[in-house]
Design a protein around this ligand. Structure first.
Ligand SMILES: Cc1cc2nc3c(=O)[nH]c(=O)nc-3n(C[C@H](O)[C@H](O)[C@H](O)COP(=O)(O)O)c2cc1C
Length: 216
């Protein structure tokens, strides 16, 4: 049965714009796969702490990386989060833009799942992802606009997410956004309508159905 991992990153929880948009993505996915299981990983309220000393030491190559050696703390949390991601067939991330980039809660999650010798290898030819690829949808909400002709700010969020997920083997990443949430009700209405249009186009029946990712 298809498993959808829903990672929600806004400190505003279920009333947030990014949560709202990510739930819409999930509704489209459920239309295609009504029996799919949705696994909610709520991180926006600080549920994932920053990595700790033992984890940084292990990943820095100073000691052997091993969950047995570090049964507590960030290493154990990393095992849990990686397993959760590995067992999903599809992932939906709902995230606000914070200071032109990902919020610190999402960065903390990334620090736990992008792990050398576990989700990627560093080779002489560069980084090689270990995870099997699967569709990833990212719902972004921002106060101003960061894409298109009316963008007035830099955007480190989408290129960063694409790059860092690519490192671990997830290259099928699609972004949807509601941009301009601070620009007044009309801007929000327009941005939501634009996101709805983009969702309908992407998930229209002519697109290939999302099927559970192949087991590598
Ligand atoms: C700490 C912080 C930093 C922010 N930085 C940006 C930013 O760089 N660019 C932007 O457009 N909006 C920024 N915003 C506004 C949020 O992106 C915006 O309110 C967004 O719609 C919140 O989404 P949410 O409802 O999913 O949390 C920031 C908000 C906060 C709290």
């Amino acid at each position: 049965m298809m498993r959808i991992l829903h990672v929600s990153c806004s400190p505003r929880g279920q009333i947030s714009e990014s949560y709202r948009l990510s739930r819409k993505i999930i509704e489209f996915l459920l239309e295609r796969e009504p029996a799919a299981i949705v696994v909610d990983r709520v991180i926006g309220t600080g549920a994932i702490s920053h990595i700790d000393e033992s984890y940084a030491t292990a990943l820095g190559g100073i000691q052997q990386s091993s969950a047995e050696r570090f049964p507590e703390g960030a290493m154990a949390r990393s095992e849990e989060l990686i397993q959760e991601l590995e067992s999903s067939d599809c992932m939906v991330i709902g995230t606000p833009m914070h200071n032109f980039a990902v919020p610190s809660a999402l960065k903390a999650w990334i620090d736990h799942i992008v792990r050398v010798r576990c989700t990627f290898n560093a080779t002489k030819d560069g980084y090689k992802g270990i995870l099997r690829d699967r569709p990833v949808y990212v719902a972004v909400s921002s106060g101003g606009r960061y894409s298109g002709g009316r963008a007035r700010q830099p955007n480190f969020l989408t290129p960063y997410i694409k790059t860092v997920l690519g490192v671990i083997g997830l290259s099928d990443v699609t972004f949807f956004s509601v941009e301009g949430s601070s620009l007044g009700p009309q801007a929000v209405t327009e941005a939501r309508a634009g996101a709805d249009r983009a969702l309908r186009e992407h998930f229209s029946p002519s697109c290939a159905p999302v099927s559970p990712a192949r087991i590598a």
